[in-house]
Design a protein around this ligand. Structure first.
Ligand code: GLU
Length: 409
């Protein structure tokens, strides 16, 4: 299961449906630029380690490249290409004037000290400083990268170019050029879209059972938001365990437990289940908020949820998509469901450029103003063409990208 193959299949399906100009398809079938580097890092014990690093600049027809940097032991070029392509689609779905890019380092950051991670983060910037910049390509956090890492990166870039360049990365800490609401934006954007979907299906939040895979920035914040809104969160998973409680978790207590002992394992009253059981749970909403290729042809038909809210990027394979569509499961695709993150990143970049900072309410209102119309245009396309929401989101994005590509010729 290669994520980039999946991404290209999604493109092909939507392009065919709207008979997209073949030159536009060609432009979108390959990244504009791929940059690779080896980062030599002095480890705390004095040894030297070399890390593979990437930046893929997929498409800039609608604005500067935009997208996160992932630190993960599974990173490879095809994964980064897929993720950067999805960013180009996502920024177009959210209708923000940005393109798509993504970066990564093949590393297990959990096995490194803070000082080593700082050296690695600064080394990434040194290696890619000529291709990034506030008007060229603006990285951000992704899996296992944090506001602290963004701070080191912005600082390194500013030192290298000899001036403060806050706008070179987003997702920075609040007292280092960050935006209010950026830390909760991915989950919040997904939450707004989910509320719309529930209304569309005539469901009531207070009666709905939820299972969430992933307890990082997206998954843990989503758990809290859904819990506070009256959903019953019955299953939660981090990278090590899956916990289940049919009565529903007190999510505040789970967050406390995770902060204290760094794992969900052993949470009072919960039982551990395996991944097969997790996807087959009798829930209404399933939220994949971890990695790619989780929902596949081998588990898609077990899924009982009515709605899948993809806070992760690429969690569902094209084969699984077909099974879910057949079974009437509404899949709210990544390029819409998690677009709140990059949307507030864009707000952060505007604030950096203007050197003027917004209140929580301003960020939240603006986020809603982007997410709801994005949902509406995707829903409209899905009804018009009688297609699943992913293909509809691609149709929305491809039409916008095609306009931008065509006027430039
Ligand atoms: N990594 C996030 C994503 O996949 C956020 C990207 C950004 O803020 O630029 O959408």
């Amino acid at each position: 299961m290669n994520a980039y193959d999946n991404a290209l299949r999604q493109l092909e399906k939507a392009a065919k449906l709207i008979d997209l100009d073949k030159d536009v398809v060609a432009r979108l079938s390959t990244p504009e630029r791929t940059v690779m580097a080896s980062l030599p890092i002095k480890m705390d014990d004095g040894s030297l380690k070399i890390f593979e690093a990437y930046r893929v600049q997929y498409n800039s027809a609608r604005g500067p490249y935009k997208g996160g940097i992932r630190f993960h032991p599974q990173v490879d070029l095809d994964e980064v290409k897929a993720l950067s392509f999805w960013m180009a689609i996502k920024t177009a779905v959210a209708n923000i004037p940005m393109g798509g890019g993504k970066g990564g380092i093949l590393v297990d950051p959990k096995a490194m000290s803070e000082a080593e991670i700082q050296r690695l983060s600064r080394a990434w910037i040194k290696a890619f400083k000529d291709v990034i910049g506030p008007e060229k390509d603006i990285p951000a956090p992704d899996v296992y990268t944090t506001p602290q890492i963004m701070c080191w990166m912005a600082d390194e870039y500013s030192n290298l170019v000899g001036k403060k360049q806050w706008g070179v990365v987003t997702g920075k800490p609040l007292d280092f050029g960050g935006s209010k609401g950026r830390d909760t934006a991915t989950a919040m954007g997904g939450f707004y879209v989910l509320q719309e979907a529930i209304n569309e299906l005539d469901l009531k939040a207070s009666k709905l059972k939820v299972a969430i895979q992933g307890f990082g920035n997206a998954g843990s914040v989503a758990a809290k938001l859904l819990y506070d809104a009256g959903y019953k969160v019955v299953a939660l998973a981090d990278s090590r365990v899956i916990i289940f409680d049919k009565k529903g978790f007190d999510v505040d207590k789970v967050i406390e437990h995770k902060e204290k002992i760094k794992t969900l394992a052993g949470f009072k009253g919960s039982k551990e289940i395996d991944i097969k059981e997790f996807f087959a749970l009798d829930v209404d909403v399933l939220v994949p908020a971890a990695l790619e290729n989780q929902i596949t042809k081998s588990n898609a038909s077990d899924i009982k949820a009515k709605i899948i809210l993809e806070l992760a990027n690429g969690p569902t394979t094209p084969e699984a998509d077909e099974i879910l569509f057949e079974n009437n499961v509404m899949v709210i695709p990544d390029v819409l469901a998690n677009a709140g993150g990059v949307t507030v990143s864009y707000f952060e970049w505007i604030q950096n450029n203007e050197n003027n900072y917004w209140s929580d309410k301003e960020v939240d209102d603006e986020l809603k103003e982007r997410m709801i119309p994005a949902w509406q245009s995707v829903l409209k396309n899905s009804k018009e063409y009688k297609i699943d929401l992913r293909t509809a989101a691609f149709v929305t994005a491809l039409k916008r990208l095609a306009e931008a590509i065509k006027v430039q010729h």
